[in-house]
Write a protein that binds this ligand. Structure first.
Ligand SMILES: [Zn+2]
Ligand SMILES: [Zn+2]
Ligand SMILES: [Zn+2]
Length: 377
């Protein structure tokens, strides 16, 4: 009877330990990479320690030096929190399960105890001597002449950060990119990357496209930019930007951004739409003609090369179905694409491909299937 009781007890303890483990991992992940709910509830290192950190706007560099220390300390305590939580939970059999773990578990407990100690030592080592040994201070000391010290560099960056015309792009909950008049800064959880624009080289090395939501037509393009400094000792870093934010960033940065040959990217929503529009038109029926083609009346630069003719089999909606346009080719593909886009609901780009527009001249309705490329005979 007693044996059964102990077994039953063990199962309950194991179940509750498992539940605790899952919840603790979830909680820790949310703390390390906070979702919106955590941020708005103030459950981030920044909000919890805001008094000690000071004002980011007033003393940007000092704020982030402290934030990095706080983040490292806080994250280093998370494994220990788990071990202590499990120990308290497992008190029924005098911590039987707790002490039964194998070598891996013992190593984990050991690391969980050591990690905060190491973090605390680092924090103390950086803090003494007025933060002079802090990695950020050491990086800043690489700029300007060595006698001026990191404080003068920090105050320069602080002053520029206070200006309203800086560009600040949050690329994810824990990383943001800041471009001021002379500096580019990347704020990361454990580090602050800094380069002076006068000695930086920026290379747009790759891009990748992702669907915003499964099954949707909306896509987001991300650009990876390598930032290197010719100044010795300054760490290179990588910036990952949404293509939509690229123009803001490019406008603020005075050094040229080299775009590698194999990278194509669309700076705006319109650019992205135009590519999709051109891809669709290339699949449509062509319009063969002997007429001489005049310059496009939209841009007056390229010869007109598209003709609207009804090819789709849409007859369904009365008054909304496509009709035949008898205008000559007057527009180039790009101008027609821009015209089409300008007629659409700007807040719902996902509907553009399946929507309609009217011919700029005769007002007959057309969809994307009714746009033909002109082929001179
Ligand atoms: Zn044109
Ligand atoms: Zn027409
Ligand atoms: Zn149509």
């Amino acid at each position: 009877m007693i044996e059964i009781d102990i077994k039953f007890d063990n199962y309950t303890v194991m179940a509750s330990s498992l539940l605790f483990t899952v919840l603790y991992i979830l909680f820790s992940l949310c703390f390390v990479y906070p979702p919106k709910e955590f941020i708005s509830a103030g459950l981030t290192v920044q909000s919890l320690l805001s008094t000690w950190l000071g004002s980011e706007n007033e003393r940007f560099i000092q704020y982030h030096m402290r934030r990095i220390v706080a983040t490292i300390l806080w994250h280093s305590v998370l494994p220990l929190g788990y071990v202590v939580g499990l120990y308290i939970l497992d008190d029924s059999n005098h911590q039987a399960i707790f002490w039964q773990g194998g070598a891996v578990w013992q190593l984990f407990v050991f690391s969980a105890v050591v990690a905060p100690l190491v973090a605390a030592y680092l924090a103390w080592d950086w803090w003494r001597d007025h933060w002079k040994s802090h990695p950020v201070a050491r990086t800043l000391a690489m700029f300007y002449n060595p006698d001026a010290g990191w404080i003068s560099v920090a105050s320069d960056i602080n002053i520029e950060f206070r200006r309203v015309d800086k560009v600040c792009i949050e690329t994810n909950p824990v990383v943001k990119i800041i471009a001021t008049d002379n500096w580019i800064v990347k704020v990361a959880p454990y580090w602050l990357y800094v380069v002076h624009q006068s000695d930086a080289a920026l290379i747009l090395s790759s891009s990748d496209t992702h669907q915003v939501a499964p099954g949707s037509h909306r896509e987001a393009q991300y650009l990876n930019i390598e930032v290197k400094s010719v100044r010795p000792g300054v760490k290179p870093f990588c910036i990952r930007l949404n293509a939509m934010d690229f123009r803001d960033f490019e406008d603020k940065v005075s050094c040229p951004i080299t775009v590698l040959q194999n990278v194509t990217f669309h700076r705006t929503l319109l650019d992205r739409f135009l590519v999709a529009f051109q891809e669709q038109v290339a699949k449509n029926a062509v319009y063969v003609t002997t007429e001489e083609l005049e310059l496009c009346i939209g841009c007056m630069q390229t010869p007109a090369n598209v003709k609207l003719q009804k090819y789709c089999d849409d007859l369904t909606v009365q008054g909304d179905s496509c009709t035949t346009c008898s205008c000559r080719p007057l527009w180039c593909l790009t101008c027609m694409g821009k015209w089409f886009a300008s007629r659409q609901d700007q807040n719902h780009p996902e509907t553009w491909m399946s929507s309609k527009a009217t011919c700029p001249l005769c007002r007959s309705r057309f969809c994307m299937l009714d746009v033909s490329q002109v082929q001179p005979m």
